[in-house]
Structures are given as C-alpha cells and as structure tokens.
Design a protein around this ligand. Structure first.
Ligand code: GTP
Ligand code: MG
Length: 254
C-alpha cells in the first residue's frame, strides 16, 4: 500500500510527478496538522484492504454497478472497500471520466449543462473497490443557500468517509489554473485529504500545449506546495490517461 502523503521528493516540475509514486506536502504544513492521523487511517485501512481484497484490481473493469444517490455522507452505506472520489468545478467532466474509466457510457449521468450531479453517487466496481461521483463546485447559477449546502455536503463527505482512499481533483486543461481550484486543492492539503489532480478534456489540446498547461499548473501550485501533487492528463473522448488512473488506483491497494 502506497502512503499517499509526505513524499520526500521535490520534483522540479510537474511532468516529473508522473514518475514519482507518492503525493505531496503543502508548504509550511505544521507538524501537528493531522497528516499523521490521516496516515494512521490509511495504514489501518490498508490492513483491512489487504485482508479483504484477495482480487487485485485490473485495468479491465468487468462490472460497475450504481449503488445509489445520497444528499449526506452519513446516509451512505458504510462499505469496506477502498473508495475513490471525483471532484472539480461543475462541467469539468467528472461523470464522463467515471464512465470512461468504467467503459460504461450511461453509468454516471452527464450533461452539457453545468450542475448535473447534485448528490453523492456511489458505484461499486468489480465488488472490490468503489467510486463516488461528487457534485461540482463553483456553479454560479445556483442559489447561495444551495451552494452552501453543496460545499457542506462535499466537506462532510471528504472528512468523514472512512473508506475514502484518494480524491481525484479534476481541472479543465484548456484553461489557466482557476483560483477556485487552487483554493480547493490547498484546502485538501490543510485537511490532509490525499488527492491526485486530473487534467480533463486534453483531447482539445496538442501534445505541446498539454505539457505547457501541466507546467503552468505546476508553477502555480509550487507557490503553495513543496512537493507537487501527481497530475495526469485525461480525456473521456479519446481515453487518454485511462491506464494511468487505473494503474494509480491499483497501486494504492498494494
Ligand atoms: N471534449 C471533451 N468533452 C468532455 C470531456 N469530458 C466531458 N466532456 C463534456 O463536458 C460536459 C460536462 O461533462 P460531465 O461529465 O457531465 O461534467 P461534470 O463535471 O460531471 O458536471 P456536473 O455534474 O454538472 O458537475 C459534457 O458536455 C461532456 O460531453 C472530454 O474529455 N473531452
Ligand atoms: Mg457530473
């Protein structure tokens, strides 16, 4: 089981992150910031993961099942499977990416209109691990109250879901780093939530432009991070990054 925190490496740029197996630490992260607690949770989880998960996850998902939708994390069933959640701004491509990973077009509901996913949606994968599709943040066209409710829903899920192994934070690769994404990423660091960044919609960019965007994200993050988070470029259209993400998920469960 890979520990997802406190890497000693400090890659010079974000492209090098792809080569390093562990994720990051926030600049000036205080000693008692809760990371140890998080490590402890991961280690404990790893023990039950090793005992329970006889079958290693493979890159070919056989069966992805929608288990249900909930408005609050404490209403979700407590399952003893490692869970991976997907978060990001509305319309960034969370639900599409889940469908792409699972090779199952209609599994998570997608829409060209932002604000489609409004609940915590749980999927069981091959009876071995689980995915949660989270509502998007930053959608301006919902009321202040609703936005507050979503942000509480997400915060509560991330802080309380015991089997959450890693969060995928999705950012749109076609545009410069957005403050709302950077703030959210920093919040994850402050709250010791292990995460990986996935750049979405990279089918819209040339290979050179992808690398340029990754470097720009890396530079922006290095303002607040000592070790850069892992970053994979993905596309739900042409399946770029599918193997990277599934291999990463498998590596978390070793
Ligand atoms: N070109 C391209 N379009 C994409 C990709 N992924 C998603 N889209 C499009 O982006 C739009 C939003 O996709 P969703 O998967 O519904 O986005 P979401 O993040 O789940 O959105 P909310 O549930 O509203 O927060 C849809 O029109 C998708 O077809 C991608 O990799 N490439
Ligand atoms: Mg969605």
């Amino acid at each position: 089981m890979a520990l997802l925190w406190r890497s000693k490496l400090r890659p010079a740029n974000i492209s090098k992150m792809a080569e390093c197996a562990e994720t990051p630490s926030l600049k000036a992260l205080p000693e008692n910031c809760g990371v140890a607690g998080n490590d402890a949770k991961l280690i404990q989880f790893s023990i039950f993961a090793q005992n329970r998960l006889r079958a290693a996850i493979t890159l070919e998902i056989q069966r992805a099942i929608f288990k249900g939708s909930w408005e609050r994390a404490d209403q979700m069933p407590a399952i003893k499977m490692p869970e991976f959640a997907f978060i990001g701004r509305s319309n960034v491509g969370k639900s599409s990416l889940i469908n792409m990973l699972c090779n199952h077009k209609g599994l998570a509901k997608t829409s060209a209109q932002p604000g489609k996913t409004q609940t915590l949606n749980l999927f069981e994968i091959d009876k071995v691990w689980a995915i949660t599709d989270l509502p998007g943040y930053g959608y301006a066209k919902v009321s202040k109250e609703r936005r507050y409710k979503f942000s509480k829903m997400i915060q509560f899920y991330l802080q309380k879901r015991e089997n959450l192994m890693c969060l995928f934070v999705l950012v749109d690769m076609r545009i410069p780093p957005q403050n709302i994404d950077i703030d959210f990423i920093n919040w994850c660091g402050e709250n010791a939530i292990p995460f990986v960044i996935l750049g979405t919609k990279c089918d819209k960019l040339s290979a050179g432009k992808r690398q340029e965007q990754m470097n720009i994200f890396g530079e922006k993050l290095s303002e607040t991070w000592d070790e850069l988070p892992k970053f994979y470029a993905t596309s739900s259209e042409d399946k770029t990054g599918r193997d990277d993400v599934l291999k990463f998920i498998a590596s978390c469960m070793k």
